[in-house]
Design a protein around this ligand. Sequence first.
Ligand code: ASP
Length: 438
Amino acid sequence: MSIKAVKFGGSSLADAGQIKKAAEIIRSDRTRRYVVPSAPGKRYDGDTKVTDMLYACYELAARGEDVSAALEGIKARYDEIIKGLGISFSLDDAFEKIRTGMIGMAGRDYAVSRGEYLNGLILAEYLGFRFIDAADTVFFNEDGSFNPEKTNEALKKSLAACDYAVIPGFYGAMPNGTIRTFSRGGSDITGALVARAAGAAVYENWTDVSGLCMADPRIIDNPKYIKTVTYRELRELSYMGATVLHEDSIFPVKLAGIPINIRNTNDPAAPGTFIVPYADDGPDGDVITGIAGKKGFAVLTLEKDMMNAETGFVKRVLEVMESFGISFEHLPSGIDTLSVVLNNSQIESRKDEVFAALQAKVNPDSIEYQSDLSLIAVVGRRMIKTKGTAARVFNAVAQADVNIRMIDQGSSELNIIIGVNDCDFEKAMKAIYREFVK
Ligand code: ASP
């Protein structure tokens, strides 16, 4: 029987009603054998996630203040869940231990990981699944970095010993047994680790949207969902601001060639988005997979007569950037010009020093700096086979009366990146979306 590893995010487990929906999804398919929960998230706008309540509680403990009321508030969230699920399960002892741990300085990571731990205990009880503590199966190294191989071995062993289990997300253990967490949103990573160790056919990541949108819904009204996106396309889209999963959660499943399926707990009939190693596309489908973009870039343009004949010019410019710890995004060049596109926040406060260093090192005829650049990436694996895609992008943007300040197409032909003024960003995004999608 093929195996599915399923991860449910905080909004999917925010209260008893949501947990019942998640349980129904799990029970409706017996191949959904390994479940990774987040801590309860927001139940409504303005609500507080349990993880954030735990951070606040830990801050009180660290200042030596009384944590009783804060802990009671957190316990009330779980007690309400237990009551709503109709199970008889007491967390009194668990909370006593947490109180001792908080006051005894078991560490911030220990404190905040308890959100997933407790939700895991409840979910395991409700589903009748075995509870596997992530502290016994997910490991970090002495220096705090994650230890993938030790984790994979331990998880494999534990999962092989039981058919159905709940493994809380977000945390693991240091070599000395203390708890360490991944960065925020890290339950996605645990889900991927479990999928890899279980040799799952798919990693289902259940959240509150029906997949990854073709464009930012804050700019485009009701954008279409992407049916299938490759890991490489996703990397391009996420780099340019599209968010869907914790970035580090891609690596374990990519390594094992396991597809990720983003699904909506509130609309389980929707197929969601598949994130796959390769896509074997049929003849139809959209030419582009998605559009993403970001404001806040700057272009530094150096001009020098006969630059093309000077060897090592680009190298020296990049050495200056390196000496300031500045990384660049793109390097469009002409015969006698070189533009460096970079993140504005990296240069804005020290541009005079950077200019002086460039002047000293490459002696350009002029240095120009413009800071209001937005980058838009049009991403699509099918572009490689489709003539005229670039022309359509440029035409759509021109029709919207937007001037393109920079163009870059990677030789992989996976994306076309254009730079426009910040004030034209939304207009250009809308024009491109309209051209390719509707
Ligand atoms: N509960 C943690 C957070 O809020 C981890 C997660 O949900 O993935 O960041």
